[in-house]
Design a protein around this ligand. Structure first.
Ligand code: SF4
Length: 394
């Protein structure tokens, strides 16, 4: 008797049409209402889709849900964002982190204004040429906003694909294999819904931990479920340790409560954002040595504790000293009265240091009530392989 050939791990375990029908049926019943998502049967706003995709790359859906409505109300079209100054955009981006994306989105809006008459292009290639949009984002906008038959592959989709296909590999190398294997799913009816449904399945059912296989529309076909250990895939990469750097931050206040802040250099980590004056980031140095970088001669007093802030590629440990300036002019920076802090672009690191020093910063612009997603919110950002990945976070 001839043995049946074992299925290739790159081949779908079921007919695409059957997988698509099962998934879309699940999507119609289980899809969440999210601020950036068009209602069933409604045409999506391409600009809203593009903005949400940029926000979701490195920020959780729960956080984006709280910030997206205010941002879109302030910049409802590419033209509105293109007209705004970068300072205003960075301020509106507060709380979303990875500020490089705010700059990229600003540049993207200007390119849409200049090259596409203020309308988001519907062609994946044209989308890919916009500043700040990588392969994933361009595919997501093309599929979700314009119903193009492409399947954007984010971290959720890689995980679902690895399990469905039974891929014994880590997520990085799996991305291309999953994209090729799942592509036939998009080549059918309702590509916009299909793209969102796969992502939603990864967010709600095929979760990183404890996938709810009993509720999954693909449970009968899934190879990882058949193995009895669906959570094992994709294989976990060995994490690389992030190097640590240290700094000493200076919290200088005037008698009227104003705080001294300075702008970080453009182009680097937290470029253009406001920070407390601080010593250069690098190996830990004794406080007495770091005090040489103080913005003024004053009676600096150490503050107990430290701030540990994790960037994508390093961990920063910041100690703090504080003082009141009775006379003299600081060598660097600008005074911010307490009421003015609300208008300053304060990254999370600066907020943490202000709190450590006893100054409560105002909430980020657009902070809203808790996410409508409740406890089922996606816990991890999409982390697509896009161009503005790492280099600086908030
Ligand atoms: S059956 Fe389980 S492991 Fe397979 S895709 Fe569905 S939720 Fe994920």
């Amino acid at each position: 008797m001839r043995r049946r050939p074992r299925p290739s791990p790159c081949a779908l375990p079921e007919e695409p049409a059957r997988l698509r029908a099962a998934l879309l049926g699940w999507w119609d019943a289980a899809r969440r209402d999210l601020p950036w998502r068009a209602r069933p049967g409604a045409r999506p706003d391409p600009w809203a889709v593009l903005v949400s995709e940029v926000m979701l790359q490195q920020t959780t859906a729960a956080t984006v849900a709280g910030r997206f409505p205010a941002f879109l109300a302030r910049f409802p079209t590419p033209s509105a964002l293109a007209r705004a100054g970068l300072e205003e955009v960075l301020h509106a981006w507060q709380g979303l982190g990875y500020y490089r994306r705010a700059r990229a989105l600003h540049a993207c809006a200007r390119a849409i204004e200049a090259g596409h008459g203020g309308r988001v292009p519907d062609d994946p290639e044209a989308l890919l040429r916009l500043p700040g949009l990588g392969a994933y984002s361009a595919a997501a906008v093309a599929a979700i906003a314009f119903d193009r038959p492409v399947l954007p592959v984010d971290g959720n989709v890689v995980r679902v694909g690895c399990r469905l296909l039974g891929l014994e590999t880590v997520p990085g190398p799996a991305r291309r294999v999953v994209a090729e294997a799942l592509a036939p799913l998009a080549a059918g009816p309702r590509p916009a819904d299909l793209a969102q449904a796969v992502m939603e399945l990864g967010a709600l059912v095929c979760r990183p931990r404890a996938p709810d296989c009993a509720a999954c529309p693909w449970r009968a076909a899934c190879r990882a479920r058949a193995s009895g250990e669906p959570e094992r895939l994709p294989l976990r990469p060995v994490p690389k340790p992030r190097p640590e750097q240290a700094t000493l931050a200076f919290l200088l206040r005037r008698a009227d409560g104003a705080v001294l802040l300075r702008r970080r250099p453009e182009g680097g980590i937290l470029g253009g954002m406001m920070e407390l004056p601080s010593s250069p980031w690098g190996p830990e140095r004794p406080i007495a040595e770091a005090l040489a970088h103080a913005p003024a001669v004053a009676a600096w007093e150490p503050v107990a504790g430290e701030v540990r802030h994790v960037f994508s590629h390093l961990v920063l440990r910041a100690r703090l000293v504080r003082a009141r300036l009775s006379d003299g002019v600081p060598a660097d920076g600008r005074w911010f009265a307490p009421a003015e802090l609300a208008a300053a672009a304060l990254p999370t690191l600066t907020r943490k240091l202000l709190r450590l020093g006893g100054v409560e910063p105002p909430p980020p612009a657009g902070r809203a009530a808790p996410s409508p997603e409740g406890p089922r919110a996606r816990s991890a950002p999409r982390s697509g392989p896009d161009r503005f990945r790492p280099a600086g976070s908030g």
